[in-house]
Ligand binder design. Structure first.
Ligand code: ZZB
Length: 258
């Protein structure tokens, strides 16, 4: 599986545990299959109870993701020594909450790291970029945070990290409009980020619709079909050093060899 890793740059005020490394560029790296949706990022998700590491890349930057993903990256020429990802510090997701980020392409000047409880530890990097206009999971989690003050308080999330951020129209899909995830969330009457089955159904529908019928309504490729420009957006991001390509080994292969 080939993912695009989006480099979300950590900016001041730095989280306590990362302050002492702020002389280096630090990034939360989010794995996505949808680079064309980066215009609509509203936040970044981490799982508060999950372990992450910060490690040093061969270009002397700090990447933050799960140890599993870092290990994979160390075999994909991300680090100085093959198979070794030099750990700078071990972190929990909660150490990263409320972190201020600059993300590529999005209309929002800065965005924040917020808690999502359904992040999987065996997929991608454990860091997930949020596009609530086109990802039902992201929209559901954002609505949960906006609706529930207690939920925000529990994780020390300030109102200004959540409330000003609205889904951005980026792709027009016939029958779904320009906020596909919002439309399908309402049609399927999804209640929360824990509504697993409905969210899976919503995601499958939108993946297909977005890819085959979607037309960009924002950015460099406005007016073009998603399937025609996906690769070009990816190249744009990689050429600007705002993203890198990351391969995830097939799970079946892993378990056979392990
Ligand atoms: C931005 C984005 C925009 C995404 C969208 C989806 C959609 P898949 O297909 O199951 O492999 N993701 C990445 N890593 C994780 C994780 N560890 N746990 C939970 N979710 C994760 O899923 C890949 C997508 O799931 C990725 O692409 C990422 O969200 C999320 F408009 O990035 B995506 C209809 C979906 N739309």
């Amino acid at each position: 599986q080939e993912y695009v890793l989006i480099k979300m740059k950590i900016v001041a005020p730095y989280p306590v545990k990362l302050k002492k490394f702020s002389n280096k560029s630090m990034f939360l790296v989010a794995a996505t299959l949808r680079p064309e949706t980066m215009y609509g990022q509203t936040n970044c998700w981490v799982r508060p109870d999950m372990k992450y590491i910060a490690f040093l890349t061969k270009s002397n930057e700090i990447f933050i993701c799960t140890a599993r993903a870092a290990r994979n990256m160390s075999y994909q020429d991300f680090t100085t020594e093959e198979g070794k990802a030099p750990v700078v510090i071990n972190l929990m997701g909660e150490d990263l909450l409320g972190c201020c980020l600059k993300a590529p392409m999005t209309i929002y000047e800065t965005i924040y790291t917020l808690p999502m409880l359904t992040i999987k530890d065996d997929k991608g990097t454990g860091i997930v970029t949020s596009v609530p206009s086109d990802s039902p999971d992201d929209y559901a989690a954002l609505v949960d945070l906006k609706k529930k003050t207690a939920f925000r308080e529990k994780y020390g999330i300030k109102d200004e990290m959540v409330l000003p951020y609205e889904p951005v129209p980026i792709i027009d899909i016939p029958d779904f409009g320009t906020l596909g995830a919002v439309t399908i969330y309402e049609r399927l009457k999804i209640q929360s980020q824990n509504d697993k089955e409905k969210l899976l159904e919503a995601k499958e529908i939108l993946y297909l619709k977005g890819f085959y019928d979607g037309v960009m309504v924002i950015g460099e490729f406005k007016g073009k079909k998603v399937q025609d420009i996906k690769k070009s957006v990816q190249k744009l991001l990689v050429d600007k050093n705002e993203a890198v390509i990351y391969h995830e080994p097939e799970k079946t292969v892993m378990s056979r060899s392990g």
